[in-house]
Design a protein around this ligand. Structure first.
Ligand SMILES: [Zn+2]
Length: 461
């Protein structure tokens, strides 16, 4: 039960809080324990944090949780103004005022048009438009052409069926449509195409074919949103102390929305595997490494925001690093370690991206640390997480993962209950051995001669 109290207290204080002053969080044991790993994942992936979208108040709450845990481990702050949080400039278009909808009906009737009661919409790419209305009660009724200036109303509530109708009529993702109009029903509105969802009498007037044309007006402006990296540091000792390694994971995810009354559907992308699992490993490594008195190299802990929207947080840390890049030996990134991967031997077995790019994989193998080669090179995972931002700057960057291509990836089903905590705990313990090899200076990660840092091509997510 402690867990719930903690999240609720954190949320009650967000987003304007500048420091955590809730009840004391449980002190982390230096050892890597399943109980703590589970606490981290269940806290970050809780419905209360609404999928931790970058810039959301809930993601700020998550940042404070992470900062408090680093502090509890005895890791020093390396964010802004002596704290753990590093503000990352971030803005996104936000609604200005109340959007308006006007409707011309064939019988002059005037159904109620209250925004967010009778209608709502997903992101629109226009400010104001007037569109004629076309109605389809089956896929066959959808014209293949001539809908660019039309609002196409599909009299079907099921999102999957809507997608099928559009596909079979040659309008995949709404191509060739001015606007898609659907019954509100349940479930998140699609991001593509721009969609208008209707309820009540307004919906009935469309169903009855009375809607002649509509005018929709929406105003957006770029709005600054609070976004933070969480950054901590453990200084090394002796000659190697000027050199650092960065241990990282991203804590942001895709976000979500609480269900509306009467709506039983799940709208929260909890991101337990992606990447609350990696964050839990980095926190546990912090606890264990903070206990080691004599480290050679300095260790930076980076819990990054903005990975899902283009490595925004990591790029910002690289531009404003806790330790200069020229003194950064490597970035070891932890991503999706919550479920065993049968391709590398299942429970407790991790794989490393970019094996052939550096000497690290071979060095781990030589040291008897059971890390496998990324078994799916064609998936391009080396380019698909925060590590690649370091590589683009000429710093070794590789990701440890056990992602097994599960179908819950980037869906509302990536829940904490689907995490194998024994597996994850064992991965964290192996990760400690790997990190120790580098942090102690026994191994210095370098690029293999053939692999100059890859070009600046944008990574696919
Ligand atoms: Zn991820």
């Amino acid at each position: 039960m402690l867990l719930l109290t903690t999240v609720a207290t954190l949320l009650a204080l967000a987003p304007l809080q500048t420091a955590y002053d809730g009840p004391p969080l449980p002190k982390l044991a230096p050892e890597i324990t399943r109980a703590e790993i589970e606490q981290h994942v269940r806290t970050l992936a809780s419905d209360a944090l609404l999928g931790r979208a970058t810039g959301s108040p809930e993601s700020v709450t998550a940042a404070h949780y992470l900062a408090e845990e680093l502090k509890g481990c005895g890791v020093a702050p390396a964010g802004d103004e002596g704290g753990y949080l590093q503000r990352v400039p971030f803005s996104r278009p936000g609604l200005v005022g109340t959007p308006s909808l006007e409707l011309a009906t064939s019988d002059g009737s005037k159904p109620a048009l209250v925004y967010d009661t009778d209608w709502r919409f997903s992101k629109l790419a226009f400010a104001k438009r007037t569109l004629g209305v076309a109605v389809a009660r089956s896929a066959e009724e959808i014209p293949k052409e001539g809908l660019e200036e039309k609002a196409l109303f599909l009299d079907e509530s099921d999102r999957a069926k809507q997608r099928e109708w559009l596909k079979s009529s040659g309008h995949v993702n709404g191509q060739g449509l001015g606007l898609l109009v659907v019954p509100a029903g349940s479930g998140m509105l699609p991001r593509r195409p721009p969609t208008l969802a209707l309820e009540g009498a307004l919906l009935e007037s469309f169903r009855a074919g009375k809607a002649g044309s509509l005018t929709l007006e929406v105003r957006y402006e770029d709005q600054e949103q609070p976004a933070y990296n969480v950054v901590g540091i453990l200084r090394g000792e002796g000659p190697g102390a000027s050199k650092a390694i960065v241990l990282s994971a991203h804590y942001d995810h895709l976000g979500g929305a609480p269900a509306k009354p009467g709506d039983t559907q799940d709208h929260i992308n909890n991101g337990a595997d992606d990447d609350a699992s990696g964050c839990s490993v980095v926190l546990e490594l912090a606890g264990a490494l903070a206990r080691e008195p004599h480290r050679a190299h300095t260790i930076v802990f980076l819990l990054a925001t903005g990975e899902e929207i283009g490595l925004v947080g990591t790029d910002y840390q690289i531009a404003h690093p806790a330790v200069p890049l020229e003194d950064t030996l490597a970035n070891l990134n932890f991503e999706m370690l919550g479920r065993p991967d049968p391709l590398v031997g299942g429970a407790g077995k991790m794989w490393l991206t970019g094996w052939d790019e550096t000497n690290l994989g071979a060095a781990l193998e030589a040291a008897g640390i059971p890390i496998a080669v990324d078994p799916r090179p064609s998936e391009n995972f080396y380019q698909r997480s925060d590590n690649i931002a370091y590589v683009h700057k000429g710093v070794v960057g590789q990701t440890f993962s056990t992602y097994n291509m599960h179908r819950d990836y980037h869906t509302v089903k990536d829940e904490a209950d689907a995490i194998d905590f024994e597996h994850l705990t064992s991965c964290a313990q192996t990760a400690l051995r790997a990190v120790d090899l580098v942090a102690s200076g026994k191994v210095t990660p370098v690029f293999t001669p053939k692999s100059a840092p890859p070009d600046t091509k944008k990574p696919q997510r």
